[in-house]
Every structure is written in C-alpha cells, then in structure tokens.
Design a protein around this ligand. Structure first.
Ligand code: HEM
Length: 533
C-alpha cells in the first residue's frame, strides 16, 4: 500500500504535495517565489506580500519539541510474521495466528543526546516497535538492555536530569561521562546492574541491526483458554550481537555522526533487510509474581536464560526506510499502554509510571490529543472512540450522537465484554496499605551486577574496566568517583581493584551491606565466564 494514502479509507492523504505548479497553502498559483513584493526596486518590502508572509510564517513553525528523552533516532517500516506457537500463552491475534503478518514501524534511538547528536556514543539504545495489529495497536517500547537504572518511575526525572548535559554549560552532549550522572549512580545502588551493562560493549553497538531488544518489564499474557503467564519480551537479531570497540566508536562519532542511521538505510536499500526474532520468556503466573527467587516486578533484574529459555514466536523484517523523516520517525508516538487483548501490564512500579508519561509528553510534543490520526500512528483496526474535536482534528465526524447510553442511535457504538478483540482487564487481586513502600525483594542491588561481570570474557572484562576508568576519569569531583568505587567493590574485588588503579585511587572496603538479599536462583548459575544471553 502506498503510504501517501490513508491506510483506513485508502483515500489520498490530505496535503500531499500534488501537481506541478507552486501554490500558496490555499492552492492559488504563485507568480514568483524568489523576490519579495517591494515598493520600487530599492523600496521597503510590502506587508501586502501574502506569499512572503505565509512562506516565512510556516517556516517559523516547522520545528516541534524534540523528545525529552530518546530525541535522536532512526526508523523503518517492516512486517512481523507470527510463528503461531505463542497461542498457548496469548490470545493476541498477531502472535497467536500462524503466519499472520502485521505491519510495523520501528524506531531505534539513543537516550540522552539531542536530535542532532552522534549515533555511536556510549548510551542505552531505544528499540520501539509499533505493531499495527487487526485488533488495535500494540507498542513494544523497549531498550537494548534487559534492565533499567531505577525501580520506581518517581526517580525517572532524577536519573534523566543527572544524565543529560549539565544545565550550566550544557556539556557533555550525549555522554554519561560527567559528575551528575555518576553522582546519581553512586547514590543509587539499584543502578549498579544497569551501569555494568552501559559500561560493557553493549553500550556501543556496532549497528542497530546487531542489537538485542528487551521489553524490560514483565507483562501478563492471557491465552484463549483463560490461562495466564508472566512474560518478558526479547528481540534476537538474526545477524547476532556485535559491538564497536571504544576507539572505533569515537572515530565514527567524528567521521560519520550518522553511522547507525546510515547503516540502517543502506542495508534496507541494498535489500539486506534487518531481521529479529521475537522471543518470550514464559513464567508461571504466581500470586507473589516471583520466579526462582527473582522478583518479576523489579526492572533492575533479569531472569537468566539458563533457568528460563527464550522461546522464539515470530520474525520481524524491516523492509522500507521512511519517505519523510519528520512525518514518520519524528511524529511516531509509542506508548507502553498501547496493549491489545492477550497482553496486559503488571504492577512493576516503573512500568506503572510509564503508563502515565508517554501520552502526557506526546500531548505537548505533537500538539494536542489527535496525533493518533497521523498516518504513522493511525490504527489499522477500525476506530470508533466517540472522541471529538481538539487541536489538529483531521476527521469530519458524522452524526449527532457522541455519548452513551443513547436511545437515538440504538445505543451505538456498542461495548461487548465478551466480543472478539475486546480488551478486558484481568481480575488480579489488589490489597495492602497505602504508603511509599520499598519491598525487601527490591533491595538486592548487586548479585545480578556480579553475575553480569562474571559472565564476561576476559576481553570484555578489560573493556568494562576501561569504560569505567574513562568515564569516571572525566568526573571533576573526587567524592563522586569514590562513591561509585564503593558500589563496584560490592560487585567484584577484581573489578574495583582495576578501576581504582586506573583512576589512581585507593580501593574502598568492599563489604556486602545489610539488607542485600541474594536471589536463590543465582546460586544455580555457574560463576564462569560466558555470556549472560
Ligand atoms: C521515550 C518516559 C522508562 C524506552 C520516552 C519519552 C518519555 C519517556 C517521556 C519520550 C516519548 C515521546 O516524546 O514520544 C519514560 C519514563 C520512564 C521510562 C517516565 C520510567 C519511569 C523507559 C524504559 C524503557 C524506555 C524502562 C525501556 C524499556 C523508551 C523508548 C523511547 C522512550 C524506546 C523512545 C520511543 C521513540 O522512539 O519514540 N520515555 N521512559 N523508557 N522510552 Fe521511556
């Protein structure tokens, strides 16, 4: 389907550039676009020049705010084909129906840099996928790491303020090597595991095509027979996982700041379509939402694949670069809360905060409540939401009934709790005292950071040490470095000794603090080098 057509009505999209003649926005032919209307050859420019005013006014308003995080990105269209084997865990048609093909749009991104920053910086990468399913839109808004820095959404503004360029001089741009970032990491031991991933080779991927992706949070899936499971999403690149080395990443930042986006577009243009398999880790839906001693609601924890293998359930293929970066890559709006029947959110406190944040920010970024009507966002399922009016309304709604119940139109549109493709919230029990709780199962901040370190090969460990040494070496304040070293001492004595030596600082005392609860499952993992994945 050509994308200059409305995917629902198949009518030409409004305001596609048509015809050979230059016109005003009102469609009137323009006589000359190179010279302003002036009073005589050397006289003042006349206010009457409507073409000049209209052209400049529109230009003045061409920019919209960049995303508050993940501003730098690149996207592509593609298709997702389900293997059908996920039917045993979810009734979501796009996963459960064998060979069902679903149109997708994927946007990859860095997190901290602004829209014009370089691609190959050390950072987390976003991996967001919009599935235009026949049952409505499902967005998998993931990252290329399986864990996150914080456990509770209330800290998200803090970690981002600390990681973004410092507010006085606005440096460093798109790098985490500065005092405020490491002050946050050293002050939040829950961030240690994610910091280990960020300082590993995973922080400098070779290509978007060679990155894994993770939903991070645990989701609840519901099968057609009503059974439920707790599930984590994984993207496995068909080309395997590859990184740059640090020197390479620095050179490509200078030589080609568009390195990753160019690679994505070039691969697609050459017909080497990037592919990922979608995988699921499927765990029993237990009342405590734990698996082998791991709290599934804690987004700083993985479930090791050795104790819960990833089962692949479909194939994603990216086939088409955007025709217009702004219309597609900039205006696409992902939201963790865009779920379809068969996939439900859980009480992970980070996830719960995200359910609020995305729509809220997009109301500003995309100018009001009607951005779901933009071609890249428009659901491929029929929409009948009774929402009306608002900024940038494109639709001409028909009829007089915009309320329910109504007797004028037989109470249409109908709600059908038992209908196909209808989302019904699972009746999960909720109880407890209101309060700002900190569950004991969230207090183990080091055992998985250690597991990650032990999973690295000697070369990968050397890269990790060099990255910590380089990044902390950029910090100006001694106490910031010392606090991070204290956390590293709780991860591994060899790691902290090598980083401290690189920084020329003493090795801090490394005692496991009170309250650390090692996950029982971790004892099952051999403490030998090898990959976590
Ligand atoms: C983008 C908030 C955690 C992945 C964004 C945006 C906001 C945001 C406001 C910009 C959205 C836009 O302007 O359209 C938050 C909050 C979080 C959080 C409040 C925690 C409380 C996470 C986590 C992940 C993630 C844990 C990964 C699992 C992404 C991605 C994007 C994004 C991939 C870019 C989407 C795109 O390409 O348009 N986030 N985020 N975020 N976030 Fe989060």
């Amino acid at each position: 389907m050509a994308r200059d057509r409305n995917p629902v009505t198949h009518e030409p999209d409004l305001h596609a550039q048509e015809g050979d003649r230059l016109t005003t926005a009102q469609g009137v032919g323009v006589d000359d676009t190179d010279h302003s209307l002036t009073a005589g050859p050397r006289g003042p420019v006349l206010l009457e020049d409507r073409h000049l005013r209209e052209k400049i006014t529109h230009f003045d308003h061409e920019r919209i705010p960049e995303r508050v995080v993940h501003a730098r990105g690149a996207g592509a269209h593609g298709v997702f084909r389900a293997y059908g084997n996920a039917a045993s865990v979810t009734k979501a048609a796009f996963l459960a129906t064998p060979d069902e093909e679903t149109e997708v749009f994927v946007r990859f991104s860095t997190v901290l840099g602004s829209r014009g920053s370089a691609d190959t910086v050390r950072d987390v990468r976003g991996f967001a996928t919009k599935f235009h399913t026949r049952e409505g839109t499902f967005d998998l808004v993931g990252n290329d790491f399986p864990v996150f820095f914080i456990q509770d959404a209330v800290k998200f503004p803090d970690i981002i303020h600390a990681g973004k360029p410092e507010p006085d001089r606005e440096i460093p741009q798109a790098q985490s090597a500065h005092d405020t970032f490491w002050d946050f990491i050293g002050s939040h031991t829950e961030s240690t595991h994610m910091a280990m991933w960020a300082m590993s080779d995973r922080g400098i991927p070779r290509s978007y095509r060679t990155m894994e992706g993770f939903g991070v949070h645990t989701f609840r899936m519901e099968a057609a027979d009503g059974s439920t499971s707790l599930v984590k999403f994984h993207w496995k690149p068909v080309l395997g996982v590859h990184s740059q080395v640090w020197e390479e990443a620095q050179i490509t930042q200078g030589a080609d700041p568009d390195f990753h986006r160019r690679d994505l577009y070039d691969a697609i243009a050459a017909g080497a379509f990037p592919q990922w398999e979608l995988g699921l880790q499927i765990m029993p839906d237990s009342p405590d939402e734990m698996f082998e001693g791991i709290d599934l609601l804690d987004p700083t924890k993985i479930v090791p694949e050795e104790i819960c293998p990833v089962q692949t359930v479909g194939l994603l293929t990216l086939t088409e670069a955007p025709e217009n970066f702004f219309a597609e890559t900039e205006q696409v709006a992902f939201h963790v809360d865009h779920v379809v029947p068969g996939i439900q959110v859980t009480n992970d406190p980070l996830m719960q905060g995200r359910l609020f944040s995305y729509l809220d920010t997009q109301l500003t970024r995309l100018g009001g409540p009607n951005f779901a009507q933009l071609p890249v966002n428009r659901p491929r399922a029929a929409v009948n939401d009774m929402f009306r009016d608002g900024m940038h309304q494109q639709a001409v709604h028909r009829g007089v009934v915009t309320y329910k119940p109504n007797q004028i139109d037989d109470d249409r549109p109908v709600t059908e709790p038992d209908g196909d493709g209808v989302f019904v919230t699972l009746p999960t029990p909720v109880s407890g005292e209101k309060g700002r709780h900190h569950p004991v199962s969230f207090t183990d901040h080091f055992s998985q950071a250690r597991m990650f370190w032990l999973s690295l090969t000697p070369v990968e460990q050397a890269h990790e040490v060099e990255a910590f040494t380089f990044e902390l070496g950029k910090c100006l304040r001694q106490e910031v470095k010392e606090r991070v070293l204290k956390s590293l001492a709780r991860v591994d004595s060899d790691l902290v000794r090598r980083v401290a030596a690189g920084l020329g600082l003493p090795v801090p005392e490394g005692e496991v603090p009170d309250g650390v609860v090692p996950s029982p499952a971790l004892s099952q993992i051999p403490a030998e080098p090898g990959r976590v994945d």
